[in-house]
Design a binder for this molecule. Structure first.
Ligand SMILES: Nc1ncnc2c1ncn2[C@@H]1O[C@H](COP(=O)(O)OP(=O)(O)OP(=O)(O)O)[C@@H](O)[C@H]1O
Ligand SMILES: [Mg+2]
Length: 459
């Protein structure tokens, strides 16, 4: 009889006590963290190269001509044969399929763009003389697919030929580990850029203080040191030839405590502009095509900086009631937050007859992630009806290819299609290609709008 009872009945208190173990004190967390760190480095070391570097797979002729450079395989082979200086690829068996590194693919694409049919889009659209577009992926709900979406978009954009920078603003550092980043402490994250922005504000504010005969506020060691840091010095290259990274690590969380302290001291500091201004001042927006910012599941100061810096805002959410509900609240928080910044600034701006501050994004889109058509079609249709064009019509399907990715292979674009059934692979890839296509259309549309405005201004 008792054997059919649910498991939470008849738990013996003495047995429970035996299984309980000693109480945990603060030190206990250190022990658990150490065990995790050991396990992590064990996992990370499997499949890494001897020097601990991550390694990007090769791309086959089939994949290149199918997904990357739109030419017929026969034509592709002929062009290589006629141009012995171009990368010829390597094969595992004599006469077997040819495989190329992504660097080689990029060189081949440049060749086709220069020599091939002008009617084909060998190189992706990027108007000259306009800065990179920044894309923030954010939602204060955790686990909705922010990092997966940002990482896959960064990889698709890189495969498409764009030069990509990824900025990790999440102290969990997931994006950083996807791209194999090495970050010792907060000085290798965006932290010093934010500190530098405040330090230069404080310096000019001190000048004004001295002009008024007041005491300047001394710059502490952190702020003085930050003045010497450039964005370039924080950028690391990754195993992707055209994706670079500014990484994150646990200490970056310190910024959430430090920023409000600075703001208390220097009430006129425009903290939300710190990231954009620093990247712009260092010329980063001219060095890259697209910059993806992954944010933590919170609307803290780092996220506000990422959002204020971005041109395109993507808000991933699953098609469930809870995620829909909390995403609605997230938009509500965005409204309150940015409105209160604008009001604070514009009160003074109006009094001084200065231009008012109005935040603006080229595009804001909610994106359904982990979509299961057999269960979620109705709810998604309802979400679409309420959100209209704000909800991107493309739904990113749930795919087993992502969950299965190990430490070495992060997501679909790093996986070798030979490890999967070709159909499964094609379907998984299709949904992320479509996610990219929907994004690329926003990107190109926004650049086009800027290019036309620039043209009009010049006329
Ligand atoms: N399209 C998908 N198909 C299957 N699994 C997915 C898909 N997108 C994301 N996932 C899985 O969902 C989980 C959460 O994804 P992810 O880490 O990208 O979310 P997040 O919003 O960045 O989380 P956090 O708030 O912690 O930063 C991960 O295990 C990821 O592998
Ligand atoms: Mg994340």
């Amino acid at each position: 009889m008792t054997s059919t009872l649910p498991p939470y009945f008849n738990i013996d208190p003495d047995q429970a006590l035996n299984a309980l173990g000693a109480p945990t004190q603060t030190d206990g967390f250190a022990a658990i963290a150490a065990a995790c760190a050991q396990g992590r480095s064990d996992l990370a070391s499997r499949g890494l190269e001897e020097n601990g570097e991550r390694h990007l797979r090769l791309f086959s002729t089939w994949e290149i001509t199918r997904y990357l450079i739109p030419v017929a395989q026969g034509h592709f082979r002929r062009v290589l044969k006629q141009n012995p200086d171009l990368p010829q690829g390597q094969s595992e068996t004599s006469g077997g399929a040819k495989w190329f590194t992504l660097d080689e693919v990029l060189r081949l694409r440049a060749h086709f763009a220069a020599e091939g049919s002008k009617a084909k889009n060998y190189l992706p659209y990027r108007p000259e003389g306009l800065p990179a577009k920044m894309v923030a992926v954010a939602n204060f709900k955790g686990g909705v697919g922010k990092t997966s979406t940002a990482a896959h978009l960064a990889m698709s954009a890189a495969l498409d030929g764009y030069k990509v920078l990824v900025i990790d603003l999440d102290s969990q550092g997931s994006m950083t580990s996807i791209f194999g980043g090495k970050v010792e402490d907060e000085w290798q994250t965006v932290f010093p850029l934010l500190a530098r922005h405040y330090a230069s504000y404080l310096r000019s504010d001190n000048q004004r203080r001295m002009d008024r005969g007041e005491q300047p506020i001394p710059l502490d060691d952190t702020l003085s040191a930050a003045l010497d840091v450039s964005a370039q010095s924080l950028i690391q290259s990754t195993h992707w030839p055209n994706i670079d990274l500014i990484g994150a690590q646990l200490n970056l969380y310190w910024a959430e405590f430090q920023i409000p302290v600075w703001r208390m001291q220097g009430g006129g500091w425009k903290l939300w502009d710190a990231l954009t201004d620093s990247l712009e001042a260092d010329g980063i927006l001219d060095e890259y095509d697209v910059i993806f910012v992954d944010t933590p599941p919170a609307l803290g100061y780092l996220t506000i900086n990422g959002l204020a810096a971005s041109d395109i805002l993507l808000v991933p959410l699953g098609a469930s009631f809870l995620e829909f509900d909390s995403t609605g609240r997230f938009f509500d928080m965005l409204h309150t937050t940015f409105q209160s910044i604008e009001e604070g600034e514009n009160l003074a701006a109006r009094a001084l007859g200065r231009d008012e501050l109005n935040f603006e994004w080229d595009a804001v889109r909610a994106v359904v992630t982990r979509y299961d058509g057999s269960q979620q079609a109705e709810l998604t249709a309802l979400m679409q009806a309420y959100l209209g064009p704000v909800l991107s019509p493309h739904r990113q399907d749930f795919t087993a290819l992502i969950g299965q990715a190990g430490e070495q292979v992060q997501g679909i674009y790093e996986a070798d299609y030979r490890d999967f059934n070709r159909e499964t692979y094609a379907r998984g890839r299709e949904t992320f290609d479509a996610t990219y296509a929907a994004f690329k259309s926003l990107l190109i549309g926004a650049w086009r709008r800027d290019a036309l405005a620039l043209q009009e201004a010049a006329e």
